[in-house]
Design a protein around this ligand. Structure first.
Ligand code: B12
Ligand code: SF4
Length: 533
């Protein structure tokens, strides 16, 4: 592809080099006449529609739900500013940006570097975004970076598929700083910038890993000034008070559930900020932005009792008025811990229950029991904390009968909200490898998460899985006792509106008709299929 920047890391950069110099040339000016300009963006992607198959258009107006601030880009903005660069974070989803909007904003900023986050789910949108940057006359010289979960997994292949210059394949704080140093001549060659794949004349080259190199306390927190907090409204029922933000107090997960990206081959090493630093940051967020609620996105917020105890005691000591929620494992909570959390503002916990049969939990290497799920649920309710539960249907080895056991278990546990996800074999995980080997991946694979992409032996068709998911939502949410309870507990018009919209969203799920075929080598071109459903 002729529009790609080919980088020759064997030569020191000089302004006289033409075809292989990294662009833009302004980055090489010595002394630099202006700071490096960095435009960081998420790609246009309607999370609710494409991620959950939910139509968010209610009462003839589109409401934007399902977004929280892109913390990764905020971290990179912080690194950029600390280096002296000028930076903008553009969160396309909640802004309602389409490609033209993103590209117009980028062009207006005249960036030297344009960076996009790529998820596997939004690969197509990332590809389109990068291609448009390449074609835009005012952006064609910008260096294009990509990073995020998709790059963690697909590594050098991402540069085969997306015409970016550099792919950062892990967490990027250190790598971006090193890239800036390279432009300032403090690093001899791109080969000395760790954690990246980059193009040379003949090949895509990889540099050393920086993965999980530093303690999180040294990284600091995102540049919060990049976010317009009024934009962020997560799914109805997930947030109690606004303005809200999300926050991460740890990275990685020490567990190895075989379906989970966090346990995948390229997952980060587990690390956590100190509770004192987190509390400090929360107080700053409240003083500067009036934040009233935090959704902790840690894979397991309640992983270490001592950490949570210190965190809670600091909330009390500093009289912080905060409501918050986080993820927990059913085997890691106890009544004391839950009471303490409730007492310092925790109003909701998210449990990954996954399945209603022990056989499936063991198969998933979840290392938790149904009994622990029952106890954790009982204790959480007793502490006065609400529960969101996540379940999966359409798992390998599952049959519709076992799937129904999951529905019945969810109803018996009776959390406040339950999500029934169709199993998605996440690239980089053990179950993904097995799904490939089994030949039961469907050719709709990466178009979205709203349809089955894997057909277990026990199901006759993908539509049977979708029907089971629908049945799960219907049986769980449209129970008269559930509806009554929700209505009785409703305290404000805003809550009522959220429940109404949540119900409308559920009713709009799964309306699209999809044609499937088993995935084969040629499926991408649509030329071959063994069995069409
Ligand atoms: C918060 C979150 C969300 C939020 C906000 C997303 C956002 N814009 O950041 C919301 C709710 C919108 C969301 C939605 C979805 N999410 Co999500 N989400 C997360 C979560 C819990 C935390 C992300 C985070 O903030 N991490 C902390 C920051 C500091 O790390 P980071 O984002 O990875 O960023 C670092 C690096 O990746 C890299 N990097 C990131 N971007 C860029 C860009 C450039 C240019 C460079 C150089 C580097 C770089 O540098 C950053 C700093 O080190 C992760 C799980 C996790 N623990 O990471 C899942 C996760 C990222 N989500 C996931 C999924 C599947 C989804 C959905 C598809 C779910 C759905 N059914 O719709 C949607 C898709 C949304 C989309 N736009 O495509 C998967 C992604 C798997 C994959 N391979 O793509 C994850 C890993 C969860 C999981 N275990 O499976 N998500
Ligand atoms: S499912 Fe939860 S506990 Fe298991 S690896 Fe993923 S984040 Fe960790």
């Amino acid at each position: 592809m002729s529009y790609l920047h080919l980088i020759d890391d064997t030569q020191k950069p000089t302004a006289s080099r033409d075809s292989f110099r990294p662009t833009p040339l302004s980055l090489w000016e010595k002394p630099r006449t202006r700071p490096i300009r960095v435009f960081l963006s998420t790609v246009p992607y309607d999370t609710m529609k494409l991620g959950y198959g939910i139509n968010t258009k209610t009462k003839n107006k589109k409401k934007i739900y399902g977004y929280t601030p892109p913390l990764g880009l905020g971290m990179l903005a912080r690194v950029s500013k600390e280096y002296g660069a000028e930076v903008i974070v553009n969160d396309a989803g909640p802004l309602g940006d389409d490609y033209d909007d993103v590209i117009a904003k980028a062009a207006a900023f005249k960036p030297d570097i344009v960076g996009f986050t790529v998820f596997t789910s939004n690969f197509a949108q990332a590809l389109e975004s990068v291609e448009r940057v390449r074609k835009h006359p005012q952006l064609k010289d910008a260096l294009v970076l990509i990073g995020g979960p998709h790059v963690y997994t697909f590594r050098d292949k991402t540069l085969d598929e997306i015409p970016a210059d550099i792919a950062v394949y892990g967490e990027a704080e250190v790598d971006l700083h090193e890239l800036f140093e390279y432009y300032d001549g403090k690093r001899d060659a791109l080969a000395a910038v760790n954690g990246i794949f980059y193009r040379t004349k003949n090949a895509i080259k990889k540099t050393e890993e920086t993965h999980s190199a530093r303690s999180l306390d040294n990284f600091g927190f995102p540049d919060w000034s990049q976010y317009d907090f009024s934009l962020y409204r997560n799914i109805p029922g997930q947030i109690k008070r606004y303005p809200m933000t999300s926050m991460i107090t740890s990275r990685g997960c020490p567990y190895r559930c075989n379906f989970c990206f966090q346990a995948g081959r390229f997952a980060d090493k587990y690390r956590r900020y100190s509770p004192e630093l987190v509390i400090n940051e929360i107080m700053k967020l409240q003083a500067d932005y009036g934040i009233r609620e935090i959704q902790f996105w840690d894979d397991i917020f309640f992983i270490n009792k001592k950490w949570v105890q210190t965190f809670c005691s600091l909330i009390k000591k500093n009289k912080i008025d905060l409501t918050w929620s986080g993820y927990a494992r059913v085997d890691l909570v106890d009544p004391d811990l839950l009471k303490m959390a409730a007492d310092c503002g925790c109003w909701n916990i998210f449990y990954g229950y996954e399945s209603g049969t022990q056989e499936m939990l063991d198969f998933l290497d979840k290392r938790a029991t149904l009994e622990q799920a029952v106890n954790a649920t009982k204790w959480t309710k007793a502490a006065g904390i609400g529960i969101r539960g996540s379940f999966m249907v359409g798992l390998p080895n599952e049959t519709p009968e076992k799937g129904r056991k999951t529905i019945e278990f969810a109803i018996a546990l009776d959390p406040d909200y339950a999500n029934f996800n169709i199993f998605f074999p996440e690239p980089g995980t053990i179950l993904y490898e097995r799904a490939i080997e089994s030949g039961r991946l469907l050719s709709q694979s990466y178009l979205g998460r709203t349809v089955p992409v894997y057909l277990p032996e026990g199901y006759s068709s993908p539509d049977e899985i979708r029907a089971l998911q629908q049945e799960a939502f219907r049986r769980f949410y449209f129970r008269p006792s559930y509806i009554m309870r929700r209505l009785i507990r409703t305290r404000s018009f805003e809550e009522l509106e959220q429940y109404y919209e949540g119900a409308m969203m559920l009713l709009s799920m799964g309306k699209t008709k999809v044609k499937y075929a088993f995935h084969t080598e040629n499926s991408k071109t649509g030329q071959e299929s063994r069995n069409v459903f």
